[in-house]
Ligand binder design. Structure first.
Ligand code: 2AM
Length: 486
């Protein structure tokens, strides 16, 4: 058998198949393999029919024999155990310098572990985020590769050929960093996606319940929003969803969909990581919890019969209210991205990744679910100042958020008055008010901690690092606590 194939891909579910087609469109010879080998034949006879440079393998041996050296093998299988199992299966066939790529949604600690494991055997490993769903995989995904830095030159051409491109023609794929960096950035992308979706859902409910807009009216609103600062894939599909009627009966499909959200866990991972690293990524957290609350359908239905909300009747200018909601959405979105980049910044320190925030924004600019014009502004902010400590301090974003502030506050106040839940809008506003406060009530918190646990406090009129204890009651004594935490 001739060694003609540039890369092998294992896992012929729709993402895997589409990536193979995409690679082949760009001139690469690809070997396809799948645990259930019947799928290899199905693929060759269906989507890949007539393509002589897509080869099928019915065993790992056959696949290996077809590959040029150093071998590149991409896994598009279910995250978790299947990835480890395939790695073990492949190991006996590989030679130093060969590369395994995991393109699934793996949790970044697994990717860190696998990179070190394979490097210890003289092999190379990449864990790459691939975003954009089926269509992205087929015609241009956003790709976020990290792992063994020596592996990047081996796949750079392939990845940058098949990925999405920004309006300026730059590839939405760059080297992210060592070991788990690529999957961490993909995880954060998914968390931000949770936040963006929740913000849009709150805008929808506020227009619907607060001001009584119909789906058709909201379809028009989203059509307009998509032409301006909010121009993005998620606004675009929301516009289309609001305008969709079942061709069979004219029914508005959106209205018959059960209001319980599912989740696969990447939003939760982002929130857990934010808690581990001590970074207030509050909006994604609220977005995850909003899905959890939505899933408590039976409990909510029961409560709705017993507990009543305010008697609210919308009065005033609906058009102006809709504009307030648009600005609240934009301002909250800025907060969410600022929080996401704060998380990335802390993760870079913790895990020793040399992250380039401008390039990360560029990778998300096209191809993925959160793609938007807005990400072009983030990329510009970090290009202008790669050391920018917080997105909110960039001139452009400071200006937008200042401009939106009055409308944002009006929209949140109106939601509170109407009894419409807006956890993401309101946590964004609270974060904003906290972040711009030179002084927070944590002085009282420290006093409480010192009162009940002698945890000590620092003083505003003394150097940092000097600790004081007060005998608040006159009974506790003057001994401070340094050996335990309550
Ligand atoms: P299958 O077609 O043989 O089920 C998406 O589910 C992809 O992951 C499919 O290619 C699927 O292979 C593969 N996959 C899922 N679980 C797997 C496992 N435990 N071992 C190997 N491949 C698995």
């Amino acid at each position: 058998m001739e060694q003609t194939a540039d890369i092998a891909l294992i896992g012929l579910a729709v993402m895997g198949q589409n990536l193979i087609m995409n690679m082949n469109d760009h001139g690469y010879t690809v070997v396809a393999y799948n645990r259930t080998t019947a799928k290899v034949d199905e693929f060759l006879e269906d989507a890949a029919k007539g393509r002589t440079t897509i080869l099928g393998a019915h065993s790992i041996e056959e696949m290996i024999k077809l590959l040029k050296r150093p071998r590149k093998i991409m896994l598009m299988v279910k995250a978790g155990k299947p990835v480890d199992e395939f790695i073990e299966t492949l190991l006996p066939y590989l030679e130093p310098g060969d590369l395994i790529i995991d393109g699934g949604n793996s949790h970044f600690p697994d990717t860190i572990r696998r990179t070190h494991y394979l490097e210890s055997k003289g092999l190379l490993f990449i864990g790459t985020g691939v975003s954009g769903g089926e269509e992205g995989a087929r015609f241009g995904p956003s790709m976020m590769p990290g792992g063994s830095v020596k592996a990047w030159p081996l796949v750079k051409d392939i990845f940058q050929a098949i990925c999405a491109k920004t309006p300026d023609g730059e590839p939405c794929c760059e080297w992210v960093g060592n070991d788990g960096a690529g999957h961490y950035v993909k995880m954060t992308h998914n968390g931000i996606e949770y936040g963006d979706m929740q913000l849009i859902c709150e805008a929808y409910q506020l227009m619907k319940e607060g001001a009584g807009l119909t789906n058709e009216e909201m379809h028009e609103v989203f059509t307009e929003w998509n032409k301006g600062e909010l121009d993005s894939y998620l606004i675009e599909i929301t516009r289309d969803i609001l305008g969709y009627k079942d061709p069979a009966n004219g029914e508005q499909t959106l209205d018959v969909i059960l209001d319980t959200a599912g989740q696969k866990g990447t939003g939760k991972w982002t929130s857990v990581s934010s808690l581990d690293l001590g970074i207030p990524v509050t909006l994604i957290g609220e977005a995850v919890y909003a899905r959890c609350l939505s899933a408590m359908k039976e409990g909510r239905v029961e409560a709705s019969k017993i507990i009543s909300g305010p008697n609210f009747k919308f009065e005033g200018d609906k058009k102006a209210f809709v504009e307030d909601i648009r600005q609240a959405l934009l301002a909250s979105k800025i907060i969410s991205y600022a929080q996401g980049f704060m998380l990335l910044s802390e993760a870079a320190k913790e895990y020793k990744w040399d992250l380039n925030f401008g390039e990360i924004a560029m990778m998300w600019r096209e191809g993925c679910i959160i793609r938007s014009a807005f990400l072009g502004k983030i990329k510009a902010a970090y290009e202008k100042n790669p050391k920018l400590s917080n997105l909110l301090l960039d001139e452009y974003f400071t200006e937008v958020i200042e401009r939106c502030q009055p409308a944002w506050r009006r929209a949140v106040s109106k939601a509170v008055e109407a009894g419409v839940p807006v956890p993401a809008f309101s946590t964004a506003l609270s974060f904003f008010d906290g972040y711009r406060s030179a002084r927070l009530p944590a002085n009282l918190l420290q006093a409480q901690r010192d009162y009940f646990g002698a945890h000590t406090y620092e003083r505003v009129d003394q150097p940092r690092g000097k600790f004081f204890h007060t005998n608040w009651t006159g009974k506790g004594g003057n001994v401070s606590s340094s050996t335990y935490t309550v």
